[in-house]
Design a protein around this ligand. Sequence first.
Ligand code: NAG
Ligand code: NAG
Ligand code: NAG
Ligand code: NAG
Ligand code: NAG
Length: 276
Amino acid sequence: MDFFIFFTIFSYVFLVTKACEPNNPSYINCGRDFPRIRYPFRIQGKQPHHSSHPDFELFFRQNKTYIHFPTYGDLIVKSISYNTRKLNLIDPKNCVPEVYLNLNLSLTPFSYCYILKEYTYINCSSHLSTSFVKVPCLSGSNHHVYIVETLISPPVSCNSVKTVSIPFSYSPYLFDNSFGLSLTWNLTGECDDAGIGCQSETLHNKGFFQVANDKVTDLIAFIFSVVTLFYAKMALYKVVDLENEKEKLGEIKVGKVLGEYEALNHSKCNIKVVIQ
Ligand SMILES: *[C@@H]1O[C@H](CO)[C@@H](O)[C@H](O)[C@H]1NC(C)=O
Ligand SMILES: *[C@@H]1O[C@H](CO)[C@@H](O)[C@H](O)[C@H]1NC(C)=O
Ligand SMILES: *[C@@H]1O[C@H](CO)[C@@H](O)[C@H](O)[C@H]1NC(C)=O
Ligand SMILES: *[C@@H]1O[C@H](CO)[C@@H](O)[C@H](O)[C@H]1NC(C)=O
Ligand SMILES: *[C@@H]1O[C@H](CO)[C@@H](O)[C@H](O)[C@H]1NC(C)=O
C-alpha cells in the first residue's frame, strides 16, 4: 500500500514534469507565468486542428494568453486546471459586471463555476437610494447602472437593460478583475466527460504509466478534497476571526470575507471532483 502511494506520487510528478518538456507536443508553453496549454485547449495555429474544438482556441498577445468569446470579446486566461476542468479568467477591461451582462455561454461548452441567479441590469437617469449599489464601471456622469434582483420593479427613472442569469450581483468589496470569472467546460466526444480521464490519456499512453492511472485519479481526488476542505475551513476561521474583530476592522472587510466564503460555498467546479 505504502509502495503504491509512493509509486503514485512519483509517477504523477514524473508525468507532469515529462509533459512540460518543450518537445512534447501535447503541452505548449510551460513558462512560469503562463497557463499550461493542452487538449482541449490549443494555441491558434500552433497545434493541429484535429486536437481541439474551435471554442478552446487561445492566442497570445503582449505576453498574455487570451480566449475569445464572440458575445463578449477577449478575456485573459489566468490559469487552467485540467483535473477540475476549471478556467480562471481576467477581464482586461476590469469590469466583470460588463462581462456578465454580455457574455452568453449558452452556445459554448463553458459554464460558470457557480450557481446562477437571475438579475436585471437597470440604467437610470438619476441616482437611486443608497440601498442600491451602483456599478461604477458601467455608469457615466448622466447614467447610473445597477444590478437588481429580477423581482424588484425598476424605479421610474430607470430603463431595464437586460435580465441575465449570473453568479453574483455587484458588490464594491468583492469585485476585482477576476472575481467570479471561473468557468468549467463540458466535452462530449472522443474523450470521456471527466477531465481526469482525458488527462491521463493525454499525458501519456505508455503501458508503464497505465497501471498508475487509477491511483493517480484517486490521489488527485483526495488532494482536492483536502485542499477544498482546508480552504473552506480557512475561510470559516477568517469569518469567525473577523466577526471578533468586527469593531476594529469595520463592516467592510467582514462583508468581503463573508462574500468570498459564500462564493466558495457556491462553487460547482470543486464539488465535482470530490464526487468523482
Ligand atoms: C514581454 O516580456 C518580455 C520579457 O519579459 C519583455 O521584454 C517585453 O517587454 C514584454 N512585452 C510586453 C508587450 O509586455
Ligand atoms: C445607459 O444609458 C446611457 C444613456 O442613456 C447609455 O449611453 C449607456 O450605454 C447605457 N448603459 C447600458 C449598460 O445600457
Ligand atoms: C444567449 O444565447 C441564446 C442562443 O443564441 C439565446 O437564446 C439567449 O436568449 C441568450 N441569452 C441572453 C441572456 O441573451
Ligand atoms: C455536460 O454534458 C452532459 C452529457 O452531454 C450533460 O448531461 C450535462 O448536463 C452537461 N453539463 C453542463 C454543465 O453543461
Ligand atoms: C452554503 O450553502 C448552503 C446550501 O446551499 C446554504 O444553506 C448556506 O446558507 C450557505 N452558506 C453561506 C455562508 O452562504
